[in-house]
Write a protein that binds this ligand. Structure first.
Ligand code: C2E
Ligand code: CA
Ligand code: CA
Length: 739
């Protein structure tokens, strides 16, 4: 071995420690089995003073096969047996061989058979079966022959033993490597190294110390990361603080020079993780380490160094799962862990703020992803640098950041001020606004719950417009969870067909004839309650569930219309409410065409009730869509007219047939001058724009009369009929026609 390479195992060759480490046993142990005393004496004489591989021989004498077995059962490390074939019986020698190999399982011990006559030689087959080294007649075994035969047998034994030892060692190394791969930190890893080393070289895990570079101490600073036995108290101590000079010097030497050292009393191993990083282990050994063990230690060091690298990799992976590399901030996982930590330590006034950049998606589309990425990085950097270190800043998703810390530090106006200055991106100033959702951290059990509350508040803030802040409160939470539950129930109701349609007639004010029907949705909740559409339609719209719901009622209503036709009412028109969410669905026209075809309905018998909000998203696409529908003969009505986003300007552009005057105006028609004025205005407007007006919510004859006077075309309301299920409606139709 040389000390040329950094991390090779080297032997110290100073004055005290010059002796080459050798086996515990300084002799080769040879057993002579013969019933002839003279043979023992002759052999002893022939072998006296003989050395093999630098070690002398120690002879043991027994005089029968039985004695030999007893002896071998007691003793260990017998290298060679010189065995007489014929003793107490003709085959006593062979029986002994059989017992040695098959009962005592001594497979490495070499056997040399000796016999008086050539005729007593065993079969070749026996020689191979029992792994007999040699067979010689006693007369053949002259001193020099005996020497050569014995030397090769001893060598053979030695090799077999080494192989065994290193196989056992390798097995341990392989097993320990598996274990190390699963280790999670350098300290437990080092503890594992100590245990494995101890078992590898067969010492108790005493006097074992692992040390590694500690960058916190400064250059050349080392710290004990694991220790066992007598040295347990040294854990976490700096090497420079250790009293035991020899220990400190050995470890320091190994770490500085990056190599291992073996002396008679101890081993200091260096484990190299990277070319310039590693750790060292010191072990006291009662006996000098054998050559086999030295070789094993070398393998162990390399192998463990590989494992140590792995530990770092695992650490990196774990760190990766907590870091958002794009903006170099902790991610959502890390935030939840941090919230859990804060909840556990009960800092009572901690708050969590979620910050979301207003219109980020639109700006990203408009200005490109490069802008978006740079914007996010700049926002992350600003948040991180402007909040003190005890405030935790993370990025939880897309353009949503989280800030958690003491309520005095994490405040809405502080955050708004942070974003008040423009961001210079590619040397152009960009001003952004943010929505903020705030929640106390201590109000809930788990970090994930706190985050959810903050999200609820943030969504409200975003819905309220730009630059808004909403603080989470118990009532907000309950309301939101109530809506979530409602949505869950609604989805189930749709699947279980717990939703049905009711029908309300529309009456021509001049003739009193039925001209149309409005289909309305009803939900019979499983607890028996009826949930009004005003409550569940908005939830359905927000979640998109309105799309399947709307498809369902369209088919339901048009099939009902066919049944009304069949019952003798051929000219009715069915009005179906259409949510803006449905209108925005691609393929809406196809859906209508299919519904008409599948139900066998003429487009002239269908009316779609839409609301003023359809123009919020831009008027051109809506004009195109409605024009397309109208070209088929389908009627379009504006529902709740006067309550929403009213602009006379767009009304002119939209292809509309009917204006439905909202019930609130109709109700006030009789009681207030203002109400009457509005209804009159809408009616006139309709006339001007060539649209018919329909009054909703007519509850008495008086209102009906007033509406007729004003010039309203038709009316709908409890005065004529309440919404009814199909059977009731049909009965009503028949009665109404007859009266
Ligand atoms: P809307 O489209 O304005 O429907 C008229 C509402 O006025 C219905 O309430 C109807 O029952 C009620 N109504 C009719 N006459 C009178 C009256 O004389 N007095 C009073 N006080 N109320 C009267 P409903 O069925 O509770 O529906 C409420 C809203 O839910 C509807 O307002 C509509 O916006 C929505 N909606 C109902 N069904 C559907 C549907 O199938 N699809 C969609 N998108 N929305 C629906
Ligand atoms: Ca309606
Ligand atoms: Ca309405």
């Amino acid at each position: 071995m040389s000390n040329s390479s950094d991390d090779e195992l080297i032997l110290i060759e100073d004055d005290q420690q010059t002796e080459t480490p050798a086996r515990k046993e300084k002799y080769w142990r040879i057993l002579i089995v013969d019933d002839d005393k003279d043979v023992h004496e002759a052999t002893e004489f022939a072998l006296s003073g003989m050395e093999i591989q630098g070690r002398s021989l120690r002879l043991f004498h027994v005089y029968s096969g039985r004695e030999a077995i007893d002896f071998l059962d007691r003793e260990t490390d017998i290298a060679v047996i010189l065995l007489d074939v014929v003793m107490e019986s003709d085959d006593a020698g062979l029986k002994t061989v059989d017992a040695i190999r098959n009962e005592l399982m001594l497979l490495n011990t070499r056997i040399i058979l000796r016999t008086g006559q050539p005729g007593q030689a065993p079969e070749a087959e026996t020689i191979t079966r029992y792994d007999i080294n040699d067979y010689k007649t006693k007369s053949e075994l002259t001193q020099s022959r005996l020497f050569t035969t014995l030397t090769s047998a001893v060598r053979c034994y030695d090799q077999l033993e080494r192989l065994d030892a290193s196989r056992r060692g390798l097995e341990k190394i392989v097993a320990s490597s598996h274990q190390f791969m699963a280790e999670q930190g350098l300290q437990s890893f080092a503890e594992g190294v100590i245990t494995q080393l101890a078992s590898l070289i067969g010492v108790a895990p005493e006097g074992l110390v692992c040390a590694a570079t500690d960058k916190n101490i400064g250059p050349g600073g080392y710290r004990v990361i694991a220790a066992a036995g007598n040295y347990r108290h040294l854990i976490q101590h700096r090497l420079s603080e250790i009293d035991n000079q020899h220990l400190a010097r050995s470890l320091g030497h190994a770490l500085r020079n990056r190599h291992s050292t073996i002396t008679k009393q101890d081993v200091t191993l260096y484990f190299r993780k990277t070319p310039d990083e590693g750790f060292a282990a010191f072990i006291e050994t009662a006996d000098p380490i054998s050559e086999v063990d030295q070789n094993l230690l070398e393998i162990f060091c390399t192998n463990i160094a590989l494992c140590a690298n792995n530990i770092d990799l695992v650490g990196d992976l774990r760190r990766d799962s907590q870091i958002d590399r794009q903006v170099d901030l902790p991610n959502r996982n890390a935030l939840i862990a941090e919230l859990d930590r804060r909840l556990a330590t009960a800092a009572a006034d901690d708050v969590l703020a979620l910050i979301d950049i207003d219109q980020f998606a639109a700006a990203n589309d408009l200005l490109g992803h490069q802008y978006g990425d740079a914007m996010l990085k700049a926002a992350a950097l600003r948040l991180r640098t402007l909040f003190p270190a005890n405030v935790f800043v993370a990025r939880v998703a897309g353009d949503t950041f989280a800030v958690t810390g003491a309520s005095l530090l994490v405040k809405a106006d502080t955050i708004q001020r942070i974003f008040a200055q423009p961001f210079a991106i590619e040397s152009v100033d960009h001003l952004v606004t943010v929505g903020i959702g705030l929640t106390p951290v201590a109000s809930n059990g788990r970090g994930a719950d706190t985050l959810e509350n903050a999200y609820i508040a943030l969504r409200r803030a975003k819905a309220a417009g730009s630059s808004q802040t909403v603080s989470f409160s118990k009532s907000i939470g309950e309301e939101t969870r109530g809506r979530t539950q409602l949505l869950r129930d609604l989805r189930e109701a749709l699947e279980r067909k717990q939703i049905h349609a009711v029908y309300q007639p529309q009456i021509d004010l001049c003739s009193g004839k039925i001209i149309g029907i409005e289909a309305l949705m009803r939900w019979q909740h499983h607890d028996g309650q009826t949930i009004p559409p005003d409550r569940f339609i908005p939830v359905a719209e927000q979640s998109g569930l309105i799309v399947p719901l709307g498809q369902w009622i369209m088919h339901e209503a048009l099939f009902a219309l066919q049944r009304f036709r069949a019952a003798g009412f051929p000219d009715l028109r069915m009005a179906v409410n259409i949510s803006t969410v449905q209108l925005r669905q691609p393929g809406f026209v196809d859906f209508i065409d299919t519904a008409l075809r599948e139900t066998g309905t003429s487009p002239h018998n269908l009316e779609l009730e839409i609301t003023e909000s359809v123009v919020l998203e831009g008027i051109e696409p809506m004009v195109a869509l409605l024009t397309e529908l109208r070209s088929r003969g389908i009627c379009i009505a504006i529902d709740d007219f006067g309550t929403g986003y009213s602009s006379l300007n767009y009304l002119e552009q939209l292809p509309i047939d009917h204006l439905k005057i909202d019930r609130s105006f109709v109700v006030s028609l009789a009681s207030s001058e203002r109400g009457a004025r509005i209804v009159r205005t809408i009616s006139k407007l309709g006339q001007e724009l060539n649209m018919k007006t329909v009054a909703e919510g007519v509850e008495d004859q008086n209102i009906g009369d007033l509406l007729q006077e004003i010039g309203c075309h038709s009316a709908q309301g409890y005065h004529y009929a309440r919404p009814m299920d199909e059977a009731a409606f049909l009965a009503w139709l028949k009665e109404h026609l007859c009266s």
